[in-house]
Design a binder for this molecule. Structure first.
Ligand SMILES: C[C@](O)(C(=O)O)[C@H](CC(=O)O)C(=O)O
Length: 297
């Protein structure tokens, strides 16, 4: 088993732990989070769409774009598990099989598959459309089969977006059926209150439940501690890096436009390259007998 999946399974086995995953979407944001020593990272589809395509979270990304991004992020530190968004699986059962196989080969430790139609949208937007439960369960079954056939491992997270239109009972029932098929973690998208969150964690126990922390979305704002007290075992912050980048870059370009001068820089180019592994890269060349970087840069 790949070290990151084994590590994630170990973290999930610890009932007293909540796994905190900052949402990242590219090499820089992933490195920044890795440098802080988080147990796991989350690759957001919304952030990947915004950063790679300049597009909203509407199911526009293809498997290859998502897998390529996930593989790159997972490879930055193969010991740290990456949980990656896999949207609807990008097609029917055959495509879900391919998606799961590709994510496993890419070194991804966990992925989530949802029950929205392929023409999907962010879970915190309105008027989501769902596939029938049978189709959702076919996605999960295809994922479980692909995992088994791969000879490798990946943690499967079943996500339902059914709460908005079908209500709590139906949404939890979909997750229970997905768990029966082999999903390891339950993701009830868009929980609307703390009471509902606590109930879901109880109803789905002992399966670990994931909380999606989206400030300004439909769910209550929860700290890590509050989420753990409610019974959640994982918490993702998909918009953390995306909204920080948005705020910082907006302020910087506004200042450049208004003043004709950028904001004061917080570091040299070398400082920034160090965030993304400059020292390690130089050491690789020196270790291989290269002379170019012997004296540093
Ligand atoms: C978790 C999510 O799927 C994502 O793409 O990160 C999104 C988050 C978001 O758009 O803010 C979601 O559908 O909740």
């Amino acid at each position: 088993m790949a070290p990151a999946v084994a590590r994630l399974r170990e973290l999930l086995a610890d009932q007293n732990k909540i796994i905190v995953c900052p949402g990242v979407f590219d090499g820089l944001t992933a490195r920044i989070a890795l440098n802080e020593g988080f147990d796991a990272l989350y690759m957001t589809g919304a952030g990947t769409a915004a950063s790679k395509l300049g597009q909203p979270d509407l199911g526009i990304l293809t498997l290859n774009e998502m897998r390529e991004n996930a593989q790159m992020i997972a490879g930055l530190d193969p010991k740290v598990p990456l949980i990656a968004d896999a949207d609807t699986g990008f097609g029917g059962s055959i495509m879900v099989n391919r998606t799961v196989t590709e994510y496993i080969r890419g070194g991804v430790a966990a992925l989530h598959l949802e029950d929205q139609v392929t023409n999907k949208r962010c879970g915190h937007l309105r008027n989501k459309q769902l596939v029938e439960e049978e189709e959702f369960l076919a996605r999960i079954r295809a994922a479980v089969n692909a995992r088994q056939k791969s000879g490798g491992d990946i943690v499967l997270i079943a996500r339902t977006d059914a709460l908005e239109t079908l209500g709590y009972e139906e949404a939890v029932s979909r997750l229970k059926h997905a768990i029966d098929l082999g999903a390891d973690v339950a993701f009830l998208e868009g929980v609307t209150s703390k009471e509902q969150a606590r109930q879901a964690c109880q109803d789905l126990s002992p399966t670990p439940v994931l909380f999606n922390a989206v400030p300004g979305g439909v769910s209550p704002d929860l700290s890590v501690k509050e989420a753990q007290e409610l019974g959640f075992r994982l918490i993702i912050f998909p918009g953390l890096a995306l909204s920080s980048v948005h705020t910082a870059v907006s302020a910087a370009v506004k200042k450049l436009k208004a003043d004709g001068a950028p904001p004061a820089s917080e570091g040299s180019p070398r400082d920034l390259f160090n965030v993304v592994g400059l020292k390690e890269a130089l050491m690789l060349d020196v270790a291989a007998g290269g002379k170019t970087f012997q004296k540093g840069v």
